[in-house]
Design a protein around this ligand. Sequence first.
Ligand SMILES: Cc1cc2nc3c(=O)[nH]c(=O)nc-3n(C[C@H](O)[C@H](O)[C@H](O)COP(=O)(O)OP(=O)(O)OC[C@H]3O[C@@H](n4cnc5c(N)ncnc54)[C@H](O)[C@@H]3O)c2cc1C
Length: 394
Amino acid sequence: MRCGSARASAGDDIEIVLVEPNPCQQALSELDLVAVGPPRPQFCELWHPTVFRDLPVTVCYNRLHDVDTASRSAIIGPRDEEHQRIDYWRLVLATGAIAFVPPVPGLAENAVTMWSVEDAQELQRRIEAAFKHAATLYTREERNRVLSFTVIGGGATGIEIIGTLGQMLPRRAREAGLDPEDLRVRLVEGRPDILYDLPKPQRAKAVARLGRMGVELVLGEMVEHVEPGVIVLESGKHVDANVLVFCGGAKADPDAIDWGLEADTSGRLVCDEYLRSTRHEDIYVVGDVAAFRDPKGNRVLPMLAQFAIRQGEHTADNLLREARGEKITPFVPHMHGEFVSVGPRWGVGWMFKWNISGIPAIIMKRLTYVLYWFMVGGVRLAWKRTCEMLSMQR
Ligand SMILES: Cc1cc2nc3c(=O)[nH]c(=O)nc-3n(C[C@H](O)[C@H](O)[C@H](O)COP(=O)(O)OP(=O)(O)OC[C@H]3O[C@@H](n4cnc5c(N)ncnc54)[C@H](O)[C@@H]3O)c2cc1C
């Protein structure tokens, strides 16, 4: 095995190797601030040397190419290159998901998705280009067209992006010498409402909040096709979209279906109650790439960080049990709450039996990050990142 860093050991007989092509972890739930706020991509990134500072983990900066289940080897390396093999006793697959872009003509060519720091930086660039262009235009009509910012998708990601655009763009426009009255910020959603995962009263509060920000909602209208600067709806209506963001969904890592494991019709890897692949008991699948069916509601868990993190923790515990020759335990999912930001300083959601909105909801949402930073880097990292977050959402 060649991995570029010294091997680490968790004990005499256990070695832990993480295969990951990126040198840092990206916190996707904070992308809206990076996309619209001051250009500070590092805010979303946690470098692996920081994350694994005190842990016996070897990070192999490469991609999983294939899985040889017969000889229990993970085959590492990009396509068309010489591959290395890492033998495993147990393999955990957690390769996540990618943005799903449906085959609507012109959509992929004209829209930016929101799935990585690079996507957020691309949106930053498009916002800046629109501001520069608008500053050269004489008529308000032309400026309205160039300063049209449209998000497609009224789920949590779309609402977080449109909320942050709605709240932060007026200030950014003023700083660029433009009149915020020239901005046109719109959300297009095919269903008649937004945030379907939240209780109805919370959805209504989010709609009212967006209305107060001046965001125009175009609901119950599917996009028929997209042309540069404009989207055309099935009703024939045209919506200006000089800067277009598509937040219409996600699909499991498309490479995973080639690894010989059972996958469901959406491409997620099917697992048993212990999160083991239904075809290979020595392979665990967790997070967005896994199709875990919750026995309580008999539905596959949604792609959420809160499930991914708990499944990761649970699997680590089961691996230790297996190593000690103990019985493994089934994964029991619990959802204690969900919060969505509507602009950087306001949110909606629920926790236990209570609906929470406004500043308390945004505090609850941000607290989960602070807790995560604390777990990874202690008080110093939690404090540094909290200060950065407060300065970015101003
Ligand atoms: C904009 C946005 C906002 C979100 N906000 C929230 C939120 O507020 N709350 C919430 O609960 N969830 C949120 N989510 C969902 C959440 O981010 C995901 O559910 C979570 O990241 C899933 O974790 P994961 O470990 O399964 O996958 P990921 O976090 O996607 O990690 C997968 C990792 O696998 C690596 N990888 C992929 N293929 C390979 C390969 N072949 N070899 C090696 N490595 C590979 C990738 O580089 C990546 O680092 C959000 C998602 C987005 C896009």
